[in-house]
Design a binder for this molecule. Sequence first.
Ligand SMILES: Nc1ncnc2c1ncn2[C@@H]1O[C@H](COP(=O)(O)OP(=O)(O)OP(=O)(O)O)[C@@H](O)[C@H]1O
Ligand SMILES: [Mg+2]
Length: 239
Amino acid sequence: MHALSVHDLHHQFGRTPEVLRGVTMEIEAGTMTAIMGPSGSGKSTLLNCMSGLVRPTSGRILYRGEDLAQLSQRRLDRLRRTSWGFIFQSYNLIDALTALDNVLLPALFEGNRMTDAVASEALLRVGLSGFERRYPDQLSGGQRQRVAIARALATRRDIVFADEPTGALDSTSRKEVMQNVHALPAMGSTVVLVTHDPTVAVAAARVVFLYDGRIVGDESGLSSRQISERLVDLEARPC
Ligand SMILES: Nc1ncnc2c1ncn2[C@@H]1O[C@H](COP(=O)(O)OP(=O)(O)OP(=O)(O)O)[C@@H](O)[C@H]1O
Ligand SMILES: [Mg+2]
């Protein structure tokens, strides 16, 4: 069963040229797929369409066979709150809540089944033990990002969408976080990850390369060196 399939996706913001120009791909459940490509190639837009944040201009997105466009807003909101996890560039933390409560928040929506101990354990896994009572404005950018990651890791999610999850992290935190993200497929989650970092992408079973809104490569088993070479090639292409 495909966790996600995307058919002939096109997207255009207003009157600008198309940002996605016919993207078709299928993502097997329980796998990790990295999406890579030059800045502006449409990676975040593709991820935002797949996760129901942006409605594409045309094309279809199926989540476990169900067309996202046919789902009620209520059902989509529920999926996004309870079945999907998000690790985004903008963190999406609530400023008025502590780190611990930010991790607990999705569980609160579901009826408060997560204990403080589970949330603390998730913070420990991303190297933030002792930071439970801090508010987002008392944390560095990288620490905030790790709280967002702990939140996505604390409850099992059917799909985790990650956009540059290690963008603001130093190499030690990056390793810790990626160990956790890499463990997700073994626990049954599907991971779709946008990254510029070949050392992060190499752990994905599959790397999809985007260029100017189109898929220009879809490969498995590349080394980080091969991934870097592909990226350098794409970045050197004329638009
Ligand atoms: N809300 C928006 N309105 C208009 N144009 C947008 C909007 N969001 C993105 N774009 C444009 O769409 C194109 C693709 O953007 P997108 O954010 O998907 O790129 P990306 O591959 O994620 O880049 P980066 O690696 O820099 O994050 C860019 O040219 C961008 O300027
Ligand atoms: Mg982006």
